[in-house]
Design a binder for this molecule. Structure first.
Ligand SMILES: Nc1ncnc2c1ncn2[C@@H]1O[C@H](COP(=O)(O)OP(=O)(O)OP(=O)(O)O)[C@@H](O)[C@H]1O
Ligand SMILES: [Mg+2]
Length: 250
């Protein structure tokens, strides 16, 4: 049973085609990594899944009553904004109908504290967000997305600009979350993530999917990947492969 199914999805921005005939099936509890070049349509694909962009044609089917959590690509947060970590996380509970000064219930605060505890950021609860490191801030944003207890967690480059320790820390955390939830994550550092990720979709207008039991060798990468890839293969000796896809239009 698939939790998400995209069928023949096309998205244009004006005359620019961003996604071309996308077909994708995501299983429950899958950890799907999405890679691809800048401008390849990764964020657009996530926005289609989130219902923020309506495709020009094609279908997106979801299992009934699925809740989606979202950690967007760049934080639109002004880090100078005088707001505490706890308040940012509680905002995950806000719906369109609520005002920013909405009073949260005791239960909401309890849930936020449990999540912070799990993510190892409870000690920062009352800190201004401007006083956090990049990695700590990312955890706050993940915590915020978990407030609705989503079935699927969608993350757009959650580790961009973090050092490798902080990256590993986030991936470890996502791996734990993955035991309960489906994860769809855009990332450029597949090298580190390959041990956490079950399947890979490469998006460059079109989508190429690689399931978990695929053995990827260089030849296959050349033939099958629709974009330059930076990946450690699943073989006995991990190695890096960087390859341009031949004959690809830009
Ligand atoms: N709102 C928009 N209006 C017009 N064109 C857009 C809009 N959003 C994205 N695009 C274009 O659609 C294409 C795909 O953009 P998208 O943001 O999905 O790429 P991406 O794979 O997420 O890139 P990056 O790795 O840089 O984040 C790009 O050519 C981009 O310029
Ligand atoms: Mg993007």
């Amino acid at each position: 049973m698939y939790i998400i199914e995209m069928q023949d999805v096309n998205v244009n921005y004006g005359r620019v085609r961003a996604l071309d005939n996308i077909n994708l099936k995501v299983k429950e509890k899958e950890f799907l990594g999405i890679i691809g070049p800048n401008g390849g349509g990764k964020t657009t694909l996530l926005k289609v899944l989130l219902g923020l962009i309506k495709p020009n044609s094609g279908k997106v089917k979801m299992q009934k009553d699925i809740k989606l959590g979202y950690v967007p690509q760049f934080t639109s947060f002004n880090k100078k904004f005088p707001i505490r970590v706890l308040d940012v996380i509680l905002m995950g509970k806000l719906t369109k109908r609520m005002k920013l000064l909405h009073k949260y219930s005791k239960k909401d605060i309890q849930v936020a504290e449990q999540i912070m505890n799990k993510l190892g950021i409870l000690e920062f609860k009352n800190r201004q967000i401007g006083q956090l490191s990049g990695g700590q801030m990312q955890k706050v944003l993940i915590a915020r997305s978990l407030m609705i207890d989503p079935d699927i967690l969608i993350l757009d480059e959650p580790t961009a600009s973090l050092d490798s320790n902080a990256k590993n820390d986030i991936y470890q955390l996502l791996k734990e979350i993955n035991s309960e939830k489906t994860i769809i994550m855009v990332s450029h550092d597949m090298g580190i993530v390959s041990s956490y990720i079950g399947s890979i979709a490469c998006v460059n207008k079109q989508l190429h999917y690689h399931g978990d039991d695929i053995h990827i060798d260089e030849q296959e990468i050349q033939e099958a990947y629709g974009c330059p890839i930076d990946l450690i293969t699943h073989g006995t000796t991990p190695h890096r492969v960087l390859r341009e896809h031949k004959g690809e239009e830009n």
